[in-house]
Design a protein around this ligand. Structure first.
Ligand SMILES: [Zn+2]
Length: 105
């Protein structure tokens, strides 16, 4: 965990019972159903996988690439990718939260 004012921090939750992290935030742990506490975690991580969506909801431009990023705290977060041409497996990236969405920074 890091200070909330850090520019690369994102909101997450940490389980009070098993200590696992989840992002975005939740009130109950998906692993043990324990209560979760809001925390800020480092947005740095590695690309786990990505895909391009060609059929999107109305108002969402397509095609749209989304990437699954494994954060250093152990949580995984789905991110919008603005430029997918440079993606590589295990590539070090930084996740930011902007305009209501997680994005690659
Ligand atoms: Zn738990």
């Amino acid at each position: 965990m890091i200070a909330p004012s850090s520019p690369q921090s994102i909101e997450a939750s940490r389980c009070s019972s098993c200590a696992k992290f989840i992002a975005p935030t939740r009130t109950r742990c998906p692993y043990c159903a324990g209560p979760m506490q809001p925390v800020h975690v480092d947005g740095r991580g590695k690309i786990i996988s990505w895909t391009t969506v060609h059929v999107t909801p109305e108002g969402i431009p397509s095609p749209r690439t989304v990437a699954l990023v494994g954060l250093e705290c152990g949580a995984s977060v789905l991110c919008i990718v603005d430029d997918a041409r440079t993606l590589e497996m295990d590539m070090h990236v930084e996740v930011v939260f902007a305009d209501g969405l997680h994005r690659l920074g």
